[in-house]
Design a protein. Structure first.
Lengths: 329, 329
């Protein structure tokens, strides 16, 4: 099959379009003919440095897939050849930057019928991340105020919609005119903070009468993470999808009874912990999309042979929503 | 009334036994004739430095009470004069190192009848801490392995019993022969790790076939906290009652999808958040004590005028269970 292969870590031009054998399937796997995948920040991190975990080279990136089942393992009962599915492939196996990908059958769900494969492939990783962060970790409640950083980004634009669907008030941060307009006019966020001109932590405290924010989703890290810790309320929940450290904030967190969740969606299932969970979440996501309640936003599309350009786009940090990769255009 | 008063921060001899006016009661308060209180590490921290929060001097320490209701505020319906109650007084008002203390009526529960006031006063702060840490934060599940540090300590010896009552397997750490014997023979912990001779993180991984520990309760901080982060499993929960920082462990926590809870029991209620919660927890604790299922351990008793000796005892770090202060012997 044709695939984009990583033989060594580095800049986007290490990604090589070449022939590879079909993926090895397990008896709990489905083999999927890939129609579309996407680029997530985790692709660019693994490409650059391996992403901090032991991985054997060469490897194939691409941790989203929308496509058609072509073969089922002997223990797979819920799918048959011809089914259209979408899923987030295992972070520690070969991904979907290829004509075929093998994934655990339980991690897939029926592809939403109302969107094309490129739109469907924009969903799995960011939706699982946002769903797990808001519903399984922070356990958001109706009426709560949720601060979601980088609201125009991949995880951000989905998290905002999920929080609003649950009856939460949403505050978001953005730093470019285009991103601010997207958050305000397309996502219809209650309060968009322009972080170039406004201290978001101060503004967040002001908006909550000094009480601070009960739920913060940090997708940025660094100073944004630390200031998020500072503006969390008593009993506040902070979910970070970046591996930031608390610096010297521990005592403050104790005095506000704060909980800090480190969320990395693919880790448990990669270790066969709760293998049914991703498919269940994505089945719900497909329902939301087909009901018109959740809309992925794809701002860039590249063919598979130009996946390196997709990486370059994601690495600008300026993508509205997602960057899709078309494998069978 | 007679009280032990703090006029300035420092060593135990700053605690002065003297006459003070009766506490000011609010209309949601009960005024309690104090029979016993206890010394917790938070008393010694506030005495030494103020404990990191703004407090007006002079103040009265003592964040546990067992005693008798003498007067009820106009909005109090659930108590009457003569009722025997126990509670953890508000951390930001005058405490129970005195003949009388005023507390929010909702934070109290009926005193367990099967134990004396000194035993009852050993319970509130450590039981609320352990209950909130295990049940409200980590949401322990039957069959889970829970690592509880300093199992012979105030919070530790209660947390061990609560985790066992919930069907958890318990591992604890201790570092003196007397503490180890108490954990093994009195608390009947499944596995007591002598931290003088054994690396607890290594042993914890060994006991879980390399998977790590799903729930850790850290009552120690510093290196113990950092090594606790290191031995938490995928989806692991760490509860710390000390304001420790993550140092450089953020990335590892992300790669194991870990949640880190900072637990300080008195903070929400001091801010009128969930004011019913402490009383509800303590009502359950009283039932457990009167059923013989939960046993506080009081190793030292001092009269109120010797509360400074109680502080010295707690500051050794070598107390088995609790240090009680008898106000009406």
């Amino acid at each position: 099959m044709r695939a984009v292969v990583l033989h060594g870590y580095g800049e986007p031009d290490v990604l090589k379009f070449e022939d590879r054998p079909e993926p090895v399937s397990r008896d709990t796997d489905i083999l999927i003919e890939v129609h579309a995948t996407s680029v997530n920040p985790v692709d660019t991190k693994v490409r650059k440095t391996g992403g901090g975990a032991a991985r054997a080279l060469p490897l194939i990136l691409g941790y989203d897939v929308s496509g058609v089942v072509v073969r089922c393992g002997s223990r797979v009962t819920q799918w048959k050849a011809g089914d259209e599915v979408f899923a987030a492939p295992n972070l520690f196996r070969d991904g979907a930057n290829a004509e075929y990908v093998a994934i655990d059958a339980r991690s897939a769900a029926r592809k939403p019928v109302s969107v094309d494969h490129a739109m469907a492939a924009a969903l799995p990783l960011v939706c699982q991340t946002a769903w797990e962060a808001l519903h399984l970790r922070a356990r958001i409640q109706p009426g709560q105020t949720v601060l979601i950083h980088a609201g125009a980004g991949g995880v951000g634009h989905i998290a905002i919609q999920l929080a609003k669907l649950h009856g939460c008030g949403v505050i978001t941060t953005a730093g470019r005119d285009e991103s601010i307009a997207f958050c305000r006019d397309v996502l219809r966020v209650d309060e968009v903070i322009d972080y170039r001109t406004t201290d978001f932590a101060e503004r967040a405290r002001e908006l909550t009468n000094g009480k601070g924010i009960p739920v913060v989703l940090d997708t940025v890290g660094g100073e944004v993470f630390l200031k998020s810790l500072d503006c969390a309320s008593v009993n506040g929940q902070i979910v970070t999808i970046v591996g930031s450290n608390t610096a010297d904030r521990g005592r403050g967190l104790l005095y506000r009874n704060v909980t800090l969740h480190y969320e990395f969606m693919g880790i448990p299932t990669a270790q066969e912990i709760e293998p049914e969970l991703p498919g269940q979440i994505l089945a719900g996501i497909a329902n939301l999309v087909d009901s018109g309640l959740l809309k992925p936003h794809v701002s860039h599309r590249f063919p598979l042979e130009r996946v390196a350009d997709g990486h370059r786009q994601v690495e600008t940090g300026h993508t509205i929503g997602k960057t899709a990769i078309l494998v069978r255009p």
